[in-house]
Design a protein around this ligand. Structure first.
Ligand SMILES: [Ca+2]
Ligand SMILES: [Ca+2]
Length: 89
């Protein structure tokens, strides 16, 4: 293997690892492995990453505390707001 081939090899390996990190990152944000993430995904039926008042109806605790959980008052519950609400308690 000459120097040029070695360089090409190193560069393609580098690119591959960037692709893998990016993929891992997007998987991490889209599919959360924890139970709260699964509950969030279940409730977010249109998969827009927000739980609307309509979508919250199936979850009694979420529906009845919707205004408090929607801390920025935009009418939908983001994953951050959902997580902060700690609905298990
Ligand atoms: Ca939604
Ligand atoms: Ca909100």
């Amino acid at each position: 293997m000459n120097n040029r081939e070695e360089l090409i090899m190193k560069n393609s390996l580098k690119q591959l690892s960037i692709v893998f990190s990016a993929a891992a990152l997007s998987v991490g944000t889209t599919f959360s492995a924890n139970a709260m993430g699964e509950l969030f995904d279940t409730l977010d039926t249109d998969n827009n990453n927000y739980i609307s008042m309509e979508e919250a109806r199936v979850h009694t605790t979420l529906a009845s505390n919707f205004d408090q959980i929607d801390t920025n008052g935009d009418g939908s519950v983001s994953y951050a707001e959902f997580n902060a609400a700690d609905l298990d308690n």
